[in-house]
Write a protein that binds this ligand. Structure first.
Ligand SMILES: Cc1cc2nc3c(=O)[nH]c(=O)nc-3n(C[C@H](O)[C@H](O)[C@H](O)COP(=O)(O)O)c2cc1C
Length: 220
């Protein structure tokens, strides 16, 4: 697949088939993502790929925490800071997603259930939880953003669908405990991945982008 096509075809998929990605293919995409650039080449990403019984255990722990309304404890403050044009874009993306799912804006229960799907990894057979070590912060997080996109494009070009999820970073103590990780492993986000289930209504959602003229300033 051409790089341009992978960039345009990647999108967030929120419903997966149970089939696992073959182990060799899995290793191939993660090996490719290792070539992501980073400041001083420190390569600050610490990805933990979770499948099978480990994923089932994590899914169960996260879903029960969310259902019990356990207080969120993200390693970085969660959203709530979108205003103006950013809020409009957030609303638009949400309206497109809930529209595809047939969930009305005032249907609080429906939206709660839709949100809960995050903690179920949208039924994906794999997820990668992406950590960075203390005391790394914003500067290293930008490297890790690049890592995530490199990884997702490598997946797209091989027919593997994905969804980056900040929601998977809302209960880091549970994730650290389940994976046996030390406190200094700070959780940024997760990415559910596998093969798309095209019959899942959420997967019909499509987002837009601000046109070039409104986004990029060219200084001559
Ligand atoms: C860091 C990050 C966190 C995200 N968190 C979530 C999430 O928690 N749940 C979700 O359904 N989508 C999440 N998304 C997906 C975005 O909603 C999606 O990328 C955006 O709406 C653009 O749509 P597209 O990915 O289909 O192009 C996240 C994306 C990124 C990059």
């Amino acid at each position: 697949m051409r790089l341009d096509d992978a960039i345009r075809q990647r999108r967030s998929v929120r419903g997966f088939l149970p089939d696992e990605v073959p182990r060799e293919l899995l290793r191939e995409v993660f090996e490719l993502a290792q070539w992501t650039p980073s400041n001083c080449n420190v390569q600050p990403w610490i990805p933990h790929v979770v499948s099978g019984k480990s994923l089932a255990a994590l899914r169960e722990a996260l879903v029960s925490a969310a259902r019990a309304n356990e207080p969120l404890a993200p390693d970085w403050p969660a959203d709530g800071k979108f205003e103006g044009v950013y809020r409009e874009r957030q609303y638009d993306a949400a309206a497109r997603l809930y529209g595809a799912m047939g969930v009305e804006r005032r249907d609080v229960k429906g939206r709660d259930e839709a949100y809960l799907r995050n903690h179920m990894f949208f039924d994906a057979p794999h997820a990668v939880l992406v950590f960075m070590q203390q005391p790394f912060d914003t500067r290293e997080a930008t490297d890790i953003g690049m890592y995530a996109q490199t990884l997702m494009l490598a997946m797209t070009s091989r027919g593997i669908a994905s969804c980056a999820q900040g929601a998977l970073g809302l209960y880091p103590p549970i994730v650290r405990k389940t994976l046996g990780l030390a406190e200094d492993h700070r959780l940024l986000f997760g990415i559910s991945f596998g093969f798309e289930d095209p019959s899942v209504p959420a997967n019909a959602a499509r987002t837009l982008r601000v046109p070039l003229e409104a986004a990029v300033r060219f200084h001559d």
